[in-house]
Design a protein around this ligand. Structure first.
Ligand SMILES: *Cc1c(COP(=O)(O)O)cnc(C)c1O
Length: 425
C-alpha cells in the first residue's frame, strides 16, 4: 500500500496500475491509515518521542482512520498548519474535557424512539444507518461512537427504524446519516432506499455523507445509478475547506449533479481551519462552481474533546457579514447553532432589521446603508382558522391536515387560544 501511495505522492506520472488501484475505492478502504508510523512514512515526517506518546494516547480513546487519498492532500512540508491534517490527525487536546462539554450534546440518544432513529422535528427524522466512516473527522459531533464495533446494522436492525417510519405518517422527510451511508454496500443501500420509497408518506430522502470529500472514488457509476433510480434523493456533503475540492472531488460531484441529484453542503466552523471570511468565501465559490449549494454553516458542537475546534459565535457572524450581499445569494449558507439538549438548529445572523413603527420598517444593508420600507396602509389581516376558502381551494387541503401549530408559530396562530409558552423545568 505504502508503495502505491508513495508513487502517487512522489512521481509526476504514476504507473497505470498504481493509478488504477488508487482510484479504486475498495483499495482505499482496504488501506485505511490507522497508525502513526504509516503517517510518518507517507508524509516523510518524524514525530518526537513525546509527540508520538501523546498521539497514541489520543488514538487509544478516539481512533484514527484516514483514507490514503485524503492523506495525500496534506502538505507535508507544512503539515502542522494544514487544514486536512488538522481534520484528520489526532491531537492530544481531544482528551481535554471542557467544563461545558457533553457526551451527547444534541440529545440524539434521548430523542430516539427506536434504535437508529432520532425524531425531533415534526415531519422529519434522522436515520442512522451506519456507524462506519472512511475517515474519522477529529471534530466529529458523534465522537462518542467513533470506532464502535459491529457498525453496519443488519437488515433486521434497520427494519426497526423502517417500521417506525412506516408507522409514523407525519414523517415526510428521512435523513440517512451515520456514520456515512455511502459506506454501505451498493446492495444494502439499494435495498434501504427501495424500502423507504415504498412508504407513501415519505416524500424526500436525504443522504448526509462526507464521501465526496474523503473518498470521492466511492461515487461509482453503479452507486449513481442506484441513487438515480430511487426518485427524490437529496445529498448533503461536508466540505470544510477549499483545499478539499480537488479534481477527484469535482468528478464525484459532477457525476451526482449529472444524475439530477440536488447537492448541498454542511460545513462546520473550525478554529484555525476555516474560521476566516476569505477562506469561507473561497469555499462557497468553489462549491457553487461545482453545483453544490452551501446549506448550513454549523457552530461547532459542545461534544467532549472539541473545545480546541470551537470559535466564538461572533466569528461566525463576522463570516456571514462578509458573505451576504458581497457574493451570490445562493452561495450564502445559513449559520446555525445546534443547541444543546435537543433544542435543534437555531439560525444566527447579523441584524438587518434595525427598527420599526406601525407602518414602516428601518433596514440596513450589507454596506451599512440605512433605508426604510413603507408598509401598505390598507393591508387586511385575515383571521386564519385553517379552513378559509381561498387556501382550501388553492391547496386542495384535505381536512385534518395541519391541525396543530407548535412553538412560536402556535402563539402567532389565530386558531389557537394559547397566549404564552411556559418553560417547564
Ligand atoms: C439537522 C436535523 C434534521 C434536519 O434539519 P433541517 O433543518 O431540515 O435540515 C432533522 N433531525 C435532526 C435530529 C437533526 O439534527
Amino acid at each position: 500500500m505504502i508503495e502505491v501511495t508513495k508513487q502517487k505522492l512522489d512521481q509526476e506520472t504514476p504507473t497505470d496500475e498504481a493509478l488504477k488501484k488508487w482510484n479504486d475505492w475498495k483499495w482505499q478502504e482496504q488501506n485505511l491509515i490507522k497508525d502513526v508510523k504509516t503517517v510518518e512514512k507517507i508524509l516523510n515526517i518524524k514525530f518526537t518521542e513525546e509527540e508520538r506518546k501523546d498521539i497514541q494516547e489520543t488514538i487509544d480513546i478516539f481512533p484514527m482512520s484516514i483514507t490514503p487519498y485524503y492523506l495525500s492532500l496534506i502538505d507535508s512540508k507544512d503539515y502542522k498548519n494544514d487544514p486536512i491534517f488538522k481534520q484528520a490527525f489526532p491531537d492530544k487536546r481531544e482528551l481535554h474535557i471542557a467544563k461545558y462539554d457533553m457526551l451527547d450534546p444534541l440529545a440524539e440518544d434521548k430523542d430516539s424512539p427506536v434504535s437508529g432513529i432520532t425524531h425531533r422535528y415534526p415531519d422529519r427524522v434522522l436515520f442512522h444507518i451506519s456507524n462506519v466512516c472512511a475517515m474519522y473527522c477529529r471534530h466529529c459531533t458523534r465522537k462518542r461512537k467513533v470506532g464502535d464495533k459491529d457498525c453496519i446494522p443488519s437488515r433486521e436492525q434497520m427494519e426497526q427504524g423502517l417500521d417506525y417510519i412506516r408507522n409514523t405518517p407525519v414523517i415526510r422527510d428521512v435523513l440517512l446519516s451515520g456514520g456515512d451511508p455511502f459506506m454501505l454496500s451498493d446492495e444494502l443501500l439499494d435495498w434501504i432506499l427501495g424500502e423507504l420509497n415504498k412508504i407513501e408518506h415519505v416524500e424526500v430522502i436525504r443522504i448526509g455523507t462526507r464521501i465526496p470529500v474523503v473518498l470521492p472514488f466511492r461515487v461509482t457509476d453503479n452507486l449513481v445509478n442506484i441513487l438515480k433510480k430511487h426518485g427524490t434523493v437529496w445529498i448533503n456533503t461536508h466540505f470544510n475547506h477549499p483545499k478539499e475540492i480537488t479534481n477527484s472531488a469535482k468528478e464525484a460531484l459532477r457525476k451526482l449533479a449529472f444524475a439530477g441529484i440536488p447537492l448541498g453542503n454542511q460545513s462546520v466552523l473550525l478554529a484555525d481551519i476555516n474560521d476566516c471570511p476569505r477562506i469561507m468565501k473561497r469555499l462557497v465559490h468553489k462549491l457553487v462552481e461545482n453545483r453544490v449549494r452551501p446549506y448550513y454553516l454549523y457552530q461547532c458542537d459542545l461534544s467532549e474533546g472539541l473545545e480546541h475546534f470551537r470559535t466564538s459565535v461572533g466569528k461566525g457572524i463576522e463570516i456571514m457579514e462578509s458573505l451576504r450581499g458581497h457574493t451570490s445569494g445562493f452561495a450564502v449558507p445559513t449559520y446555525v447553532i445546534d443547541a444543546p439538549g435537543g433544542a435543534g438548529k437555531i439560525p444566527v445572523m447579523p441584524n438587518y432589521l434595525m427598527s420599526w413603527s406601525t407602518n414602516k420598517v428601518i433596514l440596513r444593508n450589507y454596506e451599512g446603508m440605512i433605508s426604510t420600507y413603507q408598509e401598505p396602509s390598507d393591508y387586511r389581516h385575515d383571521v386564519c382558522d385553517l379552513n378559509c376558502e381561498t387556501c382550501n381551494l388553492q391547496l386542495k387541503c384535505q381536512e385534518g391536515e395541519e391541525k396543530e401549530a407548535i412553538g412560536i408559530a402556535k402563539l402567532i396562530a389565530d386558531y389557537n387560544e394559547v397566549i404564552t409558552l411556559t418553560p417547564s423545568e
